[in-house]
Design a protein around this ligand. Sequence first.
Ligand code: F6R
Ligand code: MG
Ligand code: MG
Length: 376
Amino acid sequence: MCGKKVTISLIKADVGSVAGHYMVHPDQIEVARARLEKARDEGLIEDFYVFNCGDDLELLMTHWRGENDPKIHGLAWDTFKEVTEKVSKKLKLYAAGQDLLVDTFSGNVKGMGPGVAEMEIEERPSEPFVAFAADKTEPGAFNLPLFRIFADPSYTAGLVIEEAMHSGFTFRVFDVLENKYVDLVCPAEIYDLVALIGTTGRYVIERIFRNSDGLLAACVSTSRLSLIAGKYVGKDDPCMLVRCQRGLPALGEVLFPFSFPHLVAGWMRGSHYGPLMPVGLEDARCTSFDGPPRVVALGFNLSDGRLIGLGGSKPADLFADVAFDRARSIANEIAEYIRRHGEFMPARLGPEEMEYTTLPQVLRKLSNRFKEAHRP
Ligand code: F6R
Ligand code: MG
Ligand code: MG
């Protein structure tokens, strides 16, 4: 298969979890693994790794079929369905099958509930990359760290001192409300970029390309479940893939921005801001006030499409490191601080972004008690 382009597909869904929206059950992981193992033995995929971030089941797959391939998307869909039927429903897990928004698969899981980060690439002589997954937040949560990794010289030294990166990166930004995108070439258009991506609920970085040769460096899942379903159906907790080293940000430059636990939307009932806490797989489970929101980072190399981790089925669990202890401790402190605001903004999202609200009912109830105020 060498010489052909390889595709990395990271496809995720919340299909039910233990003790509320807490975490995936081990049997769900097992069923997903068995399904993907069969697909690997049959030659449909080259390799895979199944993991979870909180209540989201994440299927990392490599194959030779390109992006948006109906067979690969079908495999992910069937796997989520099988996990739902064989485990989530049988064990009466919470919110069984939650993110599977339609009854029948129609060729591509995008727009059907699951989140997808997918990149077809030419495998470099050595191809290190990181698979990120977050829980209790939204795709725009990656805007700030991606900006820092690929556009901010105070974070990524390589932008200044590495030749291949010195001409910058182009950011593909999606308007998730209007379903349109724009490519912004940085550093030239850096202020336009920030003007857009600061509005994290609407403008989401979807892809990043290296200016010197157009190489695809990163991609993010951009679905918004509530827009697909037209109502609250849970959070569209995002995932992303970032390639690194040799003319791209070094692994350490990719991880460093996560040492600042920035505030993201999505905590508790998809209606609150909270700090994004970088954690190892062991701690990827949300508890206090359903949070705080978490992010995991798993490092791999590709070898002719095979996923190389630390031997066996062990990935490099990159945030499981003392270097991120301080970020976690700051995140806990921010969490405590912001929760003391209770149901007052800015701890609570603005009314147009809240997943749960009783405001229309309250306004209806009070409608004939509101009096015209005559101001001089
Ligand atoms: C779900 C999430 C949670 C839920 C909350 C209420 O991933 O973010 O904060 O929104 O637990 O859930 P329901 O309405 O299912 O009781
Ligand atoms: Mg959930
Ligand atoms: Mg989740």
